[in-house]
Every structure is written in C-alpha cells, then in structure tokens.
Design a protein. Structure first.
Length: 307
C-alpha cells in the first residue's frame, strides 16, 4: 500500500521538539510516518509511540518501522492519548507532535470520499468506522446541517446549501461525492462558482463533523499536555483557523499566571504558569517548502514547553 505524504514544517517541528536521544515521544497523528521517521533517527535508547486511527496508516507504519526497536505503534484516536499510553505503562513524555487534519493519502484516495474532485461513496471516516458523511447528509435536519456548514466550514451560504440538500434528498438519497458537490454548486451564487470550488468549505465541515475533529483536538491537547514531563514540549500543526484558534487559546491558558483583578494588592488565586511558548508567533512554511508542497500554505506550527 502506498501512503504518500510529504510531512509539513518537518525541520521546524523536529527542531522545536528539541529531541533527546533517550527521550520518550509520541506522534499522535502519525499518518505515513514522515515526522515519526525523523524523530526515530534521533533516538538511541529512547522510544517513539506512533498513534493513528486510520487502519491504512497503521498498516504502513507497521511495515515501515518493523525493524526499529525504538518504535511502538498504536491504533487509536489521539484524543485518547492519555488513556492509550497509560494502558501501556507510559508515565511521562518528553515531547508530543500533533499534525491535525486530513492526510494527503486520505485526500488522494478517491474511495475514501474526502475529495469533491472524483466520484466516490460519501464516507470521510478517518478511522473507517462509525457514522459516514452519507448518513449525516441524508438524516440530519436542516438546522443542524446549516450549523455544521456555518460553524465548521465558515460557509457564507450555509442556509441555501442545507436547503438544497434537504430538497434533493426528498427525491432520492445523496450517496456520492460528486452528487453532493453538484447540489452545493447549484445552491450558491454564480460568482462563488468561479472563485475556487464551491464545495470546498462544505466538504471540510462535513469531514470535521464526521470525525469530531474539534472535540478530538480539545481532548487530545489536554491529554498530551498532562502526559508531558517537566521540560517536555508539545508541537501542534494546524491547517485552518478553527483548529489554530483552539491551539492558541489552549496554550495561552497554560501559560497564564495570576488571574486576579489588576487592582488586587496581592495575588489570592495562586495560579502559576504551567507552560511557556517556544515561539511567540506560529511558524509557517517558507517559500522553498511552498514550492515543493502547496498544501503547506495554510499550515501553522505552535510549540509550548511544560514548566
């Protein structure tokens, strides 16, 4: 099985993790193992735990790292990173990497149903189990569809798209990616159809809903940070504003000290910072990387260190 994936912000991420050769690290979204491979190169007696919920990724990782004694591979959702690691007796980590969102393999494998460029069953499940996009599109009421498209896709025409879907499914079930893409196209203004593909935001929103990506991110960030030892680092790569906002706010909350009103003469809350930012601003891809991998254009890397 091919699992083509160019790791985004690779050098910046590896440098930011400040890897120790005897450390214990976790790649919570290992995919094809691009980032994992670079971490493993820097370990001697250390361990890397590569986690992914996609069975395709687990198959590739198992084959790729089968002869590496520093590699541990776990099938699971990074949202459950704390539970997954504690079940295996891992007490603390020196670093965690989370590369959030859909992988190139998932996008490029038409049969997975993530892309609106080729016809395929409306699936979009990263884990290949659970509720599909087809089920959501054909069963959710108008208002819930509108909310998903508006909140997760930041789609300006969420209402008209949701109405179009409800109307279309009354005639027959919506089963494929191109069927849905055409319905979306028919329910946005003509000018929108000329500005990129009109289905992009809706497909993103459905994918996020199918995989509970924002809920997984919230839980996964908390679990990963809790598992870090003193001096351990958490590096997170995001690809759109919804994810980045969650990461930014979460890291800011860990870095915050006293929360008492400014007019209090002394601190009574006792709150102390739990982390510090390694980079004050998010790291973005340079021109060289963008030329080699256009999908890195929206990537942002944020890193914090537990104190």
């Amino acid at each position: 099985m091919e699992f083509s994936h160019i790791p985004v912000l690779l050098n910046e991420t590896i440098e930011g993790l400040d890897i120790k050769e005897n450390g214990i690290y976790a790649d919570g979204t290992a995919g094809g193992g691009g980032h994992s491979s670079e971490i493993l190169k820097r370990l001697t007696t250390g361990k890397l735990i590569s986690i992914d919920r996609d069975p395709d990724a687990i198959s590739v990782l198992t084959q790729r790292f089968k002869s590496n004694e520093n590699s541990i591979i776990i099938k699971g959702n990074f949202a459950d990173i704390k539970e997954l690691l504690q079940l295996r007796g891992v007490g603390r980590l020196d670093g965690v990497l989370l590369d959030i969102g859909v992988s190139s393999h998932q996008l490029d494998t038409a049969s997975r149903g993530f892309s609106f460029h080729e016809d395929a069953p409306l699936d979009m499940r990263m884990s290949q189990s659970g509720t599909t996009a087809e089920e959501l599109v054909n069963t959710l009421p108008f208002e819930e569809l509108r909310r998903i498209f508006s909140s997760y896709g930041e789609e300006k025409y969420a209402s008209s798209i949701a109405k179009g879907i409800v109307s279309a499914r009354e005639q027959k079930p919506i089963k494929t990616t191109l069927e849905l893409a055409e319905i979306i196209k028919q329910n946005v203004p003509q000018k929108v159809r000329r500005d990129g593909h009109p289905a992009r935001k809706t497909f993103q929103a459905l994918r996020i809903a199918v995989n509970d990506e924002l809920g997984a991110l919230e839980k996964g960030l908390d679990g990963a940070f809790e598992m870090l030892g003193k001096g351990g680092r958490l590096a997170v790569i995001t690809f759109h504003s919804l994810e980045d906002r969650i990461v930014k706010q979460k890291m800011a909350s860990w870095c915050q000290g006293c929360t008492c009103p400014k007019d209090f003469p002394v601190c009574v809350c006792g709150n102390k910072p739990k982390a510090k930012l390694v980079n004050k601003k998010p790291v973005c891809a340079n021109e060289t990387e963008l030329n080699e991998n256009p999908r890195a254009r929206s990537a942002k890397l944020r890193i914090c260190e537990k104190i």
